[in-house]
Design a protein. Sequence first.
Length: 357
Amino acid sequence: MTRLHLVNGFLGSGKTTAIVQAAREHMARGERVGVVTNDQGRFLVDTAFVRAQQIPVVQVTGGCFCCSFDQLLDVLTDLNDDARPDVIYAESVGSCADLVATVVLPLRAKPELSVTCESLSVFADSRLLLRLFRGEPLPFSDSVLYIMESQLEEAGTLVLNKIDLLDDAAVKELLAFSEERLPGRPVLAQNSLDQRHVLRWIEMIDSGGAQAPRFPARVDYDRYGEGETQLAWVDRALSAEDLGIGGRMQVIAMVREIAQALAEHRVPVAHVKFHVSCPGASAKISLTTLSQTGWESEIPDVAGAVELLVNARVQAESERAGDWIDAALERACVQSGGGWRVVTADTLTPQAPRRPY
Ligand SMILES: Nc1nc2c(ncn2[C@@H]2O[C@H](COP(=O)(O)OP(=O)(O)OP(=O)(O)O)[C@@H](O)[C@H]2O)c(=O)[nH]1
Ligand SMILES: [Mg+2]
């Protein structure tokens, strides 16, 4: 039987970071590992990023896990056939909820797949969650925040991620709130950039300490759907055939122009992520707030045939967000002398999820 660990949590909470760290650990132990990524879009930064780490990865695209169970079964079968993993991490898109009803229980009814769902971890960005628990203003609408609350409800373990970004008093406060709001629920305060913390997470999920609840959460599909449809997905794939010296600065200019455009239009950002790659180098760049600094240092020197994927997940009307991002890319491309071309462009509003019962 292949062990499957489901990982959910709001956009940008740190799921892929933890999964990649965990996958490296399994591989170092001599175990075979596989990853499933998921998104409403088609050209996924996370898939490119996981693949660049030499980790077998398959993806469920065009919808969240909760609406794409048949596709999930297909890719799990492919992954089992190709990579024969001992352990699989499946990351649902960060705007997905109700996984017990739509994935955990249906998987149990498919013993022929030889995959057992061992855990359901729900990640939260500790800074965001603390503000939510305190009742402080957040950049997202109540319906969007309802998605995050619904995810927390069905956590087999709640991972208070990015704990390194809170001071000790705030950590204490967050732990107390978590116990009050989700009494008796296993909780991990985690820094997923720290391998020791990830080891503790693996230990918990592999030992049965984070099993999904036996019964589905009560999810209000009207509010859940309203939250989804207030979000926007803007995906662009760009390529440059023969980038010379200065390629890195061109990528920096594109990221910066997009961040500035979103800030100018006061767009609440859930996660704006990029993957840049060329022969011999690749990197993922993440912005979970527009005030984030230091991301430039993540961008390597790039030259030759370069690809850039842009996945923006924001709260906005999708066509307008797409126009702002296209204008930003256009400005950056003109500044750089026009060596870039847009290969694919998807602009979408996630569809309201279907109620499974
Ligand atoms: N400081 C800190 N940063 C973290 C931690 N975990 C993740 N990050 C950063 O948070 C950003 C988003 O991380 P991802 O792993 O891409 O988040 P995600 O939940 O997979 O995002 P989506 O797939 O878009 O929902 C990246 O810049 C990570 O480096 C953590 O524990 N501490
Ligand atoms: Mg991810």
